[in-house]
Structures are given as C-alpha cells and as structure tokens.
Design a protein around this ligand. Sequence first.
Ligand SMILES: Nc1ncnc2c1ncn2[C@@H]1O[C@H](COP(=O)(O)OP(=O)(O)O)[C@@H](O)[C@H]1O
Ligand SMILES: [Mg+2]
Length: 248
Amino acid sequence: MLTISNLTVSVDDKAILKGLNLSVPKGEVHAIMGPNGAGKSTLGYALAGRDGYTISADQLSWDGDDLQELEPHERAAKGLFLSLQYPVEIPGVAALTFLRTSVNAQRRARGQEELSAPEFMKRAREAAGTLKIPDEMLKRPLNVGFSGGEKKRMEALQILLLQPTLIVLDETDSGLDIDALKLIGETINGLRGPDKALVVITHYPRLLDYIRPDRVHVLQGGQIVTSGDAKLALALEADGYDSVVANA
Ligand SMILES: Nc1ncnc2c1ncn2[C@@H]1O[C@H](COP(=O)(O)OP(=O)(O)O)[C@@H](O)[C@H]1O
Ligand SMILES: [Mg+2]
C-alpha cells in the first residue's frame, strides 16, 4: 500500500501541496487528474525524493517503508519508479549502458546477483522488441535527440527492465501519437498485478482507455478535492474540472 497522509510540499516558501491524502492499495491503479499547475508533477517528485522540496507528512510510506527516511536511489531499490513528464537527456551515456547500470545497481541494493552481459542483453532486446525500439536507438546516448514519443518508449523500457512495484507515470501520454499511446498503454497495463500499485498522473483521459483506473482523483489547489471511479475521468473530459469539482 502507498499511504500519503497530510502531505505538504513547498518550494522556495511557496506551498504547492497542502495536506494531500491518498492511499493506493497493491493491485490497484489510481489516476490523478487536475488542471495545469495543480501540483501533479510535484506529487511525483515528492514521492521520488527530488532535491529542493520542503516536505512534511504524517505518513509517506510504500509497502511499510517510510519514504522520507530513504534517499532517492534507496526508494528506487524498494521498487519506486517515477516516469518523468520531461525525460532528461544524458549525453555521453549510451541508453544500454544506462539501463544495465541501473538494473544492476538495484539488484546489488537488494542483495541479488548482477545480470551477466548476455543475460542483460537478452532481456533488453526482448523488452525493446515489445516496445518497437530499434537496436540502433539503444546504442545512442540516452534520450539525446530522441523525439518526445521515443523518450516515453525509453521510459517504458526502463519500467520493463527494472520491474518496479510502485509505478508513478507523469503525463506519459503527452507527446505520443495514437499508435505509441496504445503500445505503451497496453504494455504498462500488462504489468498490473497483485504486488504492484500504479499512480497514473494525466491531464487528459486518453491513456486511461488503455490503463483502466480503479479510482480517479482530482488534484486542485494542493489537495485531492474529489475522487470517484473510472467514470469520473469521462465526466472531467466532458465538463471540465471546475464544473465537476463544483458539483462534487
Ligand atoms: N521549482 C519551483 N519553483 C517555484 N514554483 C514551482 C516550482 N516547481 C513547481 N512550481 C509551481 O508549483 C505549481 C505546481 O506545479 P506542478 O507540480 O508542475 O503542476 P502540474 O504538474 O499539476 O501541472 C505550479 O504553479 C508551478 O509553477
Ligand atoms: Mg506536471
């Protein structure tokens, strides 16, 4: 279970999240929707432990571990993965090298044996094939010169290889054409399982056609202001945030 209780987050003395409460049980997919600037990305960063945020919470835990006591890489080793709204470019580091280094760093942190080069390559090729990522792209520096859609596919590849248990997707649908949206949506939906929780942050409900949420929450003014089932996403698309929140 992901448990967030009374979370406040501020940057440079500006309060962004103001007492946010959210619980996502294992096995469930929850969508977070909300207007621009609502604090959706900030929620993802706070979970991942990004520098520069002042955080307080009565509880911020995943699977029994207090996230606030863990460094970002320790959170990742505990199974947390944040897919970024704007994936970063890393010049000079080939995508494959980045992937292998991250997979093996996590395995070491969990006390597992590192993957051999052939075993890693076998897994990487298979996962890349699923996502229609050509070999040539894996050899290029990570995300450098990749299109928006290619960067998102590269993030999905990281998810397939790292096998995280708490997956937070931040606007994974932005910049994707219909085919890529379907491919990535279906691939990630295929990861659903009793040991995993997914938090899907999205501005538009398109991605939710492929990753059906168990619950939908609206984030506005730094708090979850209303929650519902998958139908809430459709109401938001039809009527807009202001009207749905006003009627809730
Ligand atoms: N580093 C920062 N410094 C100042 N304000 C910030 C910073 N990061 C985010 N904000 C502000 O916090 C609010 C929430 O941002 P964000 O979490 O990116 O919203 P969303 O992802 O919902 O669009 C916005 O008003 C944004 O301008
Ligand atoms: Mg955002």
